[in-house]
Structures are given as structure tokens and as C-alpha cells.
Design a protein around this ligand. Structure first.
Ligand code: GTP
Ligand code: ZN
Length: 193
């Protein structure tokens, strides 16, 4: 479903009024339009399903290497920088990094596409846990490999800048699929990347 830019503008104007400010004053007159443009950018991933993201970034290379079914030839991309917005407060998740690991199953995905997938699913109203499961699901679709692990660390401004105001609190989430669930070696490859 496409983002409704016109409705966002109207509602942001309404919020400015509800806050007791004058939406027509010089500093605010372009704010509804600016916010609508920002939302189109930071929520771009809401325009697409996971299946569509898998198609967009699903370019793979049939590899000439021998892949054995019990292979532990892991590909790990770490320090993928992400921003997202928590769905409870529409508050920024920041200082967020993801590590994505998978065991290739006959083909490999272009490395930049792993970061593109992580970036696009983050551009939604999210939970940190769901960012991990969305990345894992799309990686499975694209690579035909069941074996995917995702590690994410991030700060939630709803917890640092308001509420309990734990400015140093950082959350770590792991998403383990396929053999990453049970194989301690594979888990170490993810955690110690
Ligand atoms: N599991 C999870 N929780 C999150 C995430 N982002 C924000 N939250 C939490 O969502 C919860 C919403 O709780 P509520 O009690 O409904 O909201 P609240 O009254 O504003 O709660 P406080 O933040 O404790 O003031 C809070 O505990 C947030 O910390 C996330 O990515 N994953
Ligand atoms: Zn929140």
C-alpha cells in the first residue's frame, strides 16, 4: 500500500494545531510538507511486502564452488548501520547495527543486497525483533538457504530520551533460523563476527 502523502500533510498540520502552535507561522508553514517528504523517505519500506523486497534485492550468483549439504561455509556481513522507528511511540531507533550471516545453498547473494534488505525493512514502523525476523525471512527467500542468523544492537529513543530515560541502554536481539538455532559453531560465527 502506497504512503498517502496528502493525508500525512493534513494530519501533521492537525498535530501542530493540537500542540497549540500556529501552522501558518513562518517557521512551520512548510513543516507538514517536509514531514510528509521525510516519512516517504524513512518509511519507504512500508510500500513493499517482504516478498517484494526479496524480488527487488534478490540478485544471486550461481556459484561454481562446491556446496555440500552439511557445509558450514558461512558468509557474514557485520556493522550494517540502520535507523528505524518503533511502532509503539514512532520514536527513532538509532546507533543500530546489524550482523547478518547465512550458509550458502548453491548460490550467493550480492553482499550489498544484504545491507539493502536490512535497510529497507528498517524503513517501517518496527520492533527490533521484527527487523531481525524480516531480514531472516527475506534472506531465506533469496538464497534458498534455511540457515540464517541476524544479530542487531540498537538504542531506542523511546527509552533513552523519554520515559525511563536510560541513556546508555542498548538492546541486543538475535534471530536464529535453520541450523543457526542449534549449531553452536554457527552461532559463534555470528556472535564473534
Ligand atoms: N520488544 C520491544 N519493545 C519495544 C521496542 N521499541 C519500544 N518498545 C517498548 O514498547 C513498550 C510500550 O509500552 P507501553 O507501556 O505501552 O508504553 P509507555 O507507557 O510509553 O511505556 P514506557 O516506555 O515504559 O513509558 C515500552 O516498554 C517500550 O520500551 C522494540 O523494538 N521491541
Ligand atoms: Zn517505543
Amino acid at each position: 500500500m502506497a504512503i498517502d502523502t496528502k493525508a500525512i500533510k493534513e494530519h501533521i498540520r492537525g498535530i501542530l494545531i493540537a500542540l497549540g502552535d500556529d501552522p501558518d507561522r513562518e517557521g512551520l508553514k512548510d513543516t507538514p510538507d517536509r514531514v510528509a517528504r521525510m516519512y516517504n523517505e524513512v518509511f519507504e519500506g512500508m510500500n513493499y511486502t517482504n516478498e517484494q523486497i526479496a524480488q527487488m534485492f534478490g540478485k544471486t550468483f550461481e556459484d561454481e564452488m562446491d556446496f555440500e549439504s552439511d557445509s558450514k561455509d558461512v558468509v557474514v556481513v557485520k556493522d550494517i548501520q540502520l535507523f528505524s522507528y518503533c511502532e509503539h511511540h514512532i520514536a527513532l531507533m538509532y546507533d543500530m547495527t546489524a550482523t547478518v550471516a547465512y550458509v550458502p545453498n548453491g548460490k550467493v547473494i550480492g553482499l550489498s543486497k544484504i545491507a539493502r534488505i536490512a535497510d529497507m525493512v528498517s524503513k517501517r514502523l518496527q520492533l527490533q525483533e521484527r527487523i531481525g525476523s524480516d531480514i531472516a525471512q527475506i534472506m531465506q527467500m533469496v538464497t534458498d538457504s534455511e540457515d540464517v542468523g541476524v544479530l542487531i544492537q540498537g538504542c531506542h529513543s523511546c527509552m533513552t530520551a523519554r520515559g525511563i530515560r536510560q541513556t546508555n541502554a542498548k538492546t541486543t536481539t538475535t534471530t536464529l533460523r535453520g541450523r543457526f538455532r542449534t549449531d553452536a559453531d554457527l552461532q559463534q560465527r555470528l556472535y564473534q563476527a
